[in-house]
Design a protein around this ligand. Structure first.
Ligand code: NDP
Length: 306
């Protein structure tokens, strides 16, 4: 049986390591502060934001949610970000994506002060990542490196294949793996013979957004699989097919009306991988943990220069 890389366990360890740092900052004057801007009423975004606020409360991090309406203009949102940039008590600013179509998302992300950019999306911080200079790293990619390291999975000298080239996951995780001295290949929808490339991987990161797309033919024996995909299945026949008629999954579907699956086939990964992150309970929990870590680090840096 492969080793299960338990994201909930790593998240709890990271949170426990952050607690004394939060307490030390609070004792110096004030706890770290995170502002989350959630435009409109996208249900998935509302759940993400609620989880972020709850985790802040658990750690003693001050958090503030701003919920401007769907109709907000780029200028109005720029003004909100500008106010947060100027606030002494706010160390981290997160603008929840996606933004409504009339808002220029790139301008908004560029307006966040790089020192408070706890998502690591500002071009300055992307530059810091590429140059391997200090600065906040995008949360999901940073969480992936954390889980590999904490499970003592060697990265240096290994062949890593990343499927997906988004600015949020694929590109930054490829860069982080490179800095850890892996030999990295980035794949995407135009990559010919994807299965053959994936089979070369000793570490395979799937950040695609396609339910159970990577089946046995994409996996070499003993590969470490990091499955970033979070795909919601709302078709019972699909659940039955992908989970091989698992009574547990079908019961879960009957109760909730949907079931989560990653980008990697959940049965094939158990048969072929040496280690893997499950969905749910793998990469997902680490993303929020790394957001908290970035917020605390930002507060420490700002406290040191004040
Ligand atoms: P994007 O849609 O931005 O990027 C998907 C990437 O997958 C693209 O580069 C695309 O290629 C590639 N791709 C799509 N289809 C194929 C294919 N058939 N063959 C090869 N490559 C393909 O997604 P994100 O990076 O934002 O997210 C990826 C997944 O990770 C999603 O399921 C998302 O929900 C999940 N996610 C989970 C997080 C977590 O905390 N657990 C955090 C962030 C994301 P191309 O560029 O050529 O179009």
């Amino acid at each position: 049986m492969p080793q299960i890389l338990d994201g909930n366990r790593v998240r709890d360890d990271i949170k426990n390591e952050l607690r004394p740092r939060v307490a030390a900052l609070a004792a110096q004057g004030r706890p770290p502060g995170l502002a989350v801007v959630l435009v409109g009423h996208d249900p998935a975004s509302q759940i993400y934001v609620r989880n972020k606020v709850k985790t802040c409360q658990d750690l003693g991090i001050y958090s503030e949610s701003l919920t401007p309406p769907d109709s907000i203009s780029t200028g109005e949102l720029l003004a909100i970000v500008g106010q947060l940039n100027a606030r002494h008590d706010i160390d981290g600013i997160l603008v929840q994506l996606p933004l409504p179509p009339q808002v220029d998302a790139k301008r908004i992300l560029m307006a966040v002060a790089p020192a408070k950019d706890v998502d690591g999306f500002h071009p300055c911080n992307v530059g810091n990542l590429v140059a391997n200079l200090p600065g906040p790293r995008a949360c999901t990619p940073a969480g992936i490196i954390e889980i590999l390291k904490r499970y003592h999975i060697p990265i240096a000298g290994k062949r890593a294949v990343v499927v997906g080239r988004s600015d949020i996951v694929g590109k930054p995780v490829a860069m982080l793996l490179l800095h850890e001295h892996a030999t990295v290949t980035i794949c995407h929808s135009k990559t010919p013979d994807l299965a053959a490339v994936c089979r070369e991987a000793e570490i395979l990161v799937a950040a695609i957004g396609r339910a159970a797309m990577l089946t046995a033919e994409f996996l070499s024996n003993g590969v470490t699989v990091i499955d970033v995909g979070t795909n919601r299945l709302d078709d019972r026949a699909e659940v039955a097919r992908i989970f091989r008629n698992s009574a547990e999954k079908l019961a879960s579907f009957d109760k909730r009306g949907n079931v989560l699956v990653g980008d990697v086939d959940p049965q094939d990964v158990v048969e072929k991988a040496g280690a893997y992150t499950p969905v749910p309970g793998g990469v997902g929990p680490l993303t929020i943990a790394m957001l908290m870590a970035n917020t605390v680090a930002s507060a420490e840096r700002r406290a040191a220069v004040c």
